[in-house]
Design a protein around this ligand. Structure first.
Ligand code: ADP
Ligand code: MG
Length: 536
């Protein structure tokens, strides 16, 4: 075959500089795209072999990535189906370039390039973001003559016959001067680590296989042990603490989704974790920004979700409106609730032990997702100052038995600072009233949400003026102060404490004689003002 020169049929002459500009901040994805293509070509060959349409020797199918600093090239070699000269003309000149053309037509007038970067899969064409010239040397599994194609990203290409003994494709990138950062082994191994870690075909770089082609989410839960799940967690987050438990997702209708979600231990002063849920599409890493796919309250979970049905190359707003994404969202919520319910029913003690962490998710879920309460109401736990846990029903029953003023709603007393409210807790206990601990950053919202869900139930902080209204235990309340002394003390405290209600209780001698209380509604009103930046 003589060298054939040709023009790719795109009207715009200067397509390359424009695309290069558009994709500027996301250049590294060229490697994701080219390695994915190598994987696709390999999988296609395996598929043909399994269908009896390829009877040759499959041999070692490892994909090899290499960097030649001197020659300034990066090469991606596979032993997949390969391409003949005609295949290249069809699949590269026409199809790959038409993607680029479509991209250009769609976005050439978009002023804000950041919005579109990385959302458009440019596949093969993305090679030109980092290359002066891109060369393909390929031999098809069909035994056609090997072919060599070279192109500088403009619409001009050259195609010739090539020397290549083995089946498969070498993509040789002649790296452009402004992209020489990619000739660094560290850089390349970093990119591969990010995008290719779980690709289904072995990938070799620097003499080592860099991926795990059979990650656990591709296997059936029945093949896996707890140790497998823990080991995979370590693989994902080498510095993470052991997870509390996990959920293996496996759906094939009405959408395709697999994955493993882990509940991490959450520290009391929890900060948003940097270990995030990772989103894959057929084992290719896409993003760890799963905002629209995973419900907000579950974004503190860890693990992996893989779905070919999540549209990845479209804009955010499209993703939010996408029917599949919404279904995936509610499926994940349901799975998480089912799992928690299962643990609660089968191992209540274990569940209570994990409540410190699990409670954060559950409370956040109840606060942020209206429907989650119904799924969770059976296993929402309340903890009292003796560190005993109760379900909502259990606690209601307990309080109803103690509370003597039956006409009002049931009152759940709580402390949000056990040390500071020590005297109030002691005085409630003296009257055999129970006190909950509500001291996490989420609890104020959690309380509001529960009040709106539970019928005739109110939460009152233990230092509100309610304890004596709730209960009359007939204690022998001989005050240590005379009436005169009381009056003096009352005035003194009013002066110091301003408008707060002063309650001089007739307390037994072993209790503090004076408490300053504030009605619950007053206190909450002040809290609200503080949150909105007014008040003190
Ligand atoms: P996509 O992968 O979405 O089809 P690409 O632009 O990445 O789009 O690739 C275009 C086409 O070029 C592929 O569909 C495939 O037919 C062909 N191709 C690309 N790389 C290879 C390869 N390494 N081996 C065989 N065919 C390839
Ligand atoms: Mg591709």
């Amino acid at each position: 075959m003589v060298a054939e020169k040709g023009t790719i049929s795109i009207n715009t002459e200067n397509i390359f500089p424009i695309i290069k500009k558009f994709l500027y901040s996301d250049h590294e994805i060229f490697l994701r795209e080219l390695v994915s293509n190598a994987v696709d070509a390999t999988q296609k060959l395996k598929k043909l072999a399994s269908m009896g349409e390829f009877n040759g020797e499959l041999g070692d199918l490892t994909i090899k990535v290499s960097v030649d600093k001197e020659a300034k090239t990066i090469t991606i070699s596979d032993k997949g189906i390969g391409m003949s000269a005609d295949d290249i003309k069809k699949y590269i000149n026409q199809i790959a370039f038409s993607g680029a053309k479509e991209f250009l037509e769609k976005y050439k007038d978009t002023p804000d390039t950041n919005q579109i970067i990385g959302q458009f899969g440019l596949g093969f064409y993305s090679a030109f973001m980092v290359s002066e010239n891109v060369e393909i040397i390929s031999k098809s599994f069909r035994d056609d003559a090997p072919a060599r194609w070279i192109c500088d990203g403009s619409t001009e290409f050259e195609i010739t016959e090539a020397e290549k003994a083995e089946r498969g494709t070498d993509i040789i990138l002649h790296v452009a001067a402004d992209s020489e950062e990619f000739l660094d082994n560290f850089r390349i191994s970093g990119i591969l680590e990010k995008y290719a870690k779980f690709l289904p075909v072995e990938i070799e770089f620097d003499g080592k296989v860099i991926n795990n082609p059979n990650p656990i989410w591709t296997k059936s839960p029945s093949e896996l042990t707890d140790e497998d799940y823990k080991a995979f967690y370590k693989e994902l987050y080498p510095f993470g603490e052991e997870p509390l438990f996990w959920i293996h997702l496996n759906v094939d209708y009405p959408f395709n989704l697999t994955g493993v979600l882990y509940f991490p231990k959450i520290k009391k002063d929890f900060q948003l974790n940097r270990d995030k849920v990772q989103l894959y599409s057929r084992q290719v890493f896409i993003t760890d920004d799963v905002k629209d796919v995973v419900p907000e309250f579950l974004q503190m979970l860890h693990g992996v979700i893989d779905s070919p049905d999540i549209p990845l190359n479209v804009s955010r707003s499209y993703l939010q409106a996408d029917g599949n994404v919404k279904k995936i969202n509610s499926h994940i919520t349901k799975k998480v609730a089912d799992k928690l319910q299962e643990i609660f029913r089968n191992d209540r003690t274990g569940f209570e032990e994990k409540w410190e962490s699990v409670g954060v998710f559950v409370k956040y879920g109840i606060v942020s997702d209206d429907k989650f309460y119904d799924r969770a109401k059976e296993f929402i736990l309340l903890k009292n100052v003796e560190s005993k846990h109760f379900t909502l029903d259990e606690y209601r029953e307990k309080v109803q038995a103690i509370q003597t003023n039956k006409d009002e709603s049931v009152v759940f007393l709580y402390a949000n600072d056990v040390n500071q409210q020590d005297a109030f807790i002691a005085s409630a206990k003296k009257r055999e009233y129970d006190v909950l601990v509500m001291d996490s950053p989420l609890d104020a919202h959690f309380i509001n949400a529960l009040e709106s869900k539970l019928e005739k139930t109110t939460f009152k902080r233990v230092d509100s003026d309610s304890i004596d209204k709730l209960i009359d235990k007939g204690l022998n309340l001989e005050s240590v102060l005379s009436d005169d002394e009381k009056k003096k003390v009352e005035e003194l405290f009013k002066e110091v404490a301003g408008a707060n209600t002063i309650q001089l209780e007739s307390l037994p001698a072993d209790e503090v004689p004076v408490t300053i209380v504030q009605p619950e509604f007053m206190r909450r009103w002040k809290d609200m003002q503080r949150i909105s930046g007014q008040g003190d």
